[in-house]
Design a binder for this molecule. Structure first.
Ligand SMILES: Nc1ncnc2c1ncn2[C@@H]1O[C@H](COP(=O)(O)OP(=O)(O)O)[C@@H](O)[C@H]1O
Ligand SMILES: [Mg+2]
Length: 256
């Protein structure tokens, strides 16, 4: 991980029409780090992710990817930046009528000029990264939820993204499958040098993997804390942040 930011926001306000969702967002995602977006349900985590991948233009403030002012550039420049992003949606969002291999091949067919053989090679490689090489000819209906998630990840990796975005990747997965996904995410950071932005409610997972983060408050519609989930758990003096970050612990404590 370097101090060199790959993505920064300064004074960003996000909203839909007249409705403000979050304002005064300042953040900096360091290259090669895992950055967590935290906060209660409905506070605007997915909205922030949406703006980070260029699907929602901030009402005000600045948004830079590397040195480039994202919204100051042309459509063509934005498209080029977007190709450096890999996105894993909550459902995995695979095409059900295509095999796993065809799903992973799709971005390569759309955005590269590689021939069919080269694409097949790359698809095999990406599937091997997520340990799904044997599922290449299966359809999404023939594999488990955890495998679908990993297939979605292989597809997100197809174009060798610099930054990967995950919105609640472990939602609906059992603890073992979700721990496996954590290992995979750590491998992407440590093995491939990827930068990862993740929305997750799974505190144990965030404590294990995230280097940094931001905590959004639904009530004041502003970020109320910055730092790694572990740092916030142990040091935050804000009662809401403290309660949120120590939730699992307290639950475990009361259960025993
Ligand atoms: N396309 C949209 N148009 C209007 N309001 C939206 C839209 N998408 C999300 N919202 C609203 O923005 C708020 C934050 O939503 P979201 O970012 O999905 O929260 P989170 O991911 O933290 O649960 C919610 O009140 C939601 O209803
Ligand atoms: Mg969400």
């Amino acid at each position: 991980m370097s101090d060199d930011p790959i993505m920064t926001m300064q004074g960003v306000t996000l909203g839909f029409g007249p409705k403000i969702i979050q304002s005064d967002i300042d953040l900096s995602v360091r290259r090669g780090s895992i950055f967590a977006v935290m906060g209660g349900s409905g506070c605007g985590k997915s909205t922030l992710l949406k703006s980070m991948i260029g699907l929602l233009r901030p009402k005000s403030g600045s948004f830079h990817v590397g040195m480039q002012d994202y919204w100051a550039g042309s459509d063509a420049q934005r498209t080029e930046i977007n190709h450096r992003f890999g996105v894993l949606f909550q459902s995995g969002a695979l095409w059900s009528s295509m095999t796993v291999g065809e799903n992973v091949a799709l971005p390569l067919q759309m955005f590269t000029r590689l021939d069919a053989r080269a694409i097949r090679r790359l698809v095999e490689l990406k599937l091997a990264l997520v340990d799904l090489q044997d599922a290449i000819d299966l359809t999404p209906a023939e594999i488990s939820g955890g495998m679908r998630k990993r297939a979605g990840l292989a597809r997100a990796l197809a174009l060798d993204p610099d930054i990967l975005f995950f919105d609640e990747p472990s939602a609906g997965l059992d603890p073992i499958t979700s721990a496996r996904l954590d290992d995979l995410i750590l491998n992407l950071r440590d093995g491939l040098g990827a930068t990862i932005v993740i929305v997750s409610h799974e505190l144990p997972s965030l404590f294990t993997i995230a280097d940094d983060g931001i905590f959004l408050d639904a009530l004041t519609k502003r970020p109320i804390a910055h730092g790694s989930p572990r740092h916030l758990r142990d040091n935050s003096t804000d009662p809401q942040v403290h309660a949120f970050m120590n939730r699992q612990r307290n639950e475990e404590g009361s259960a025993s």
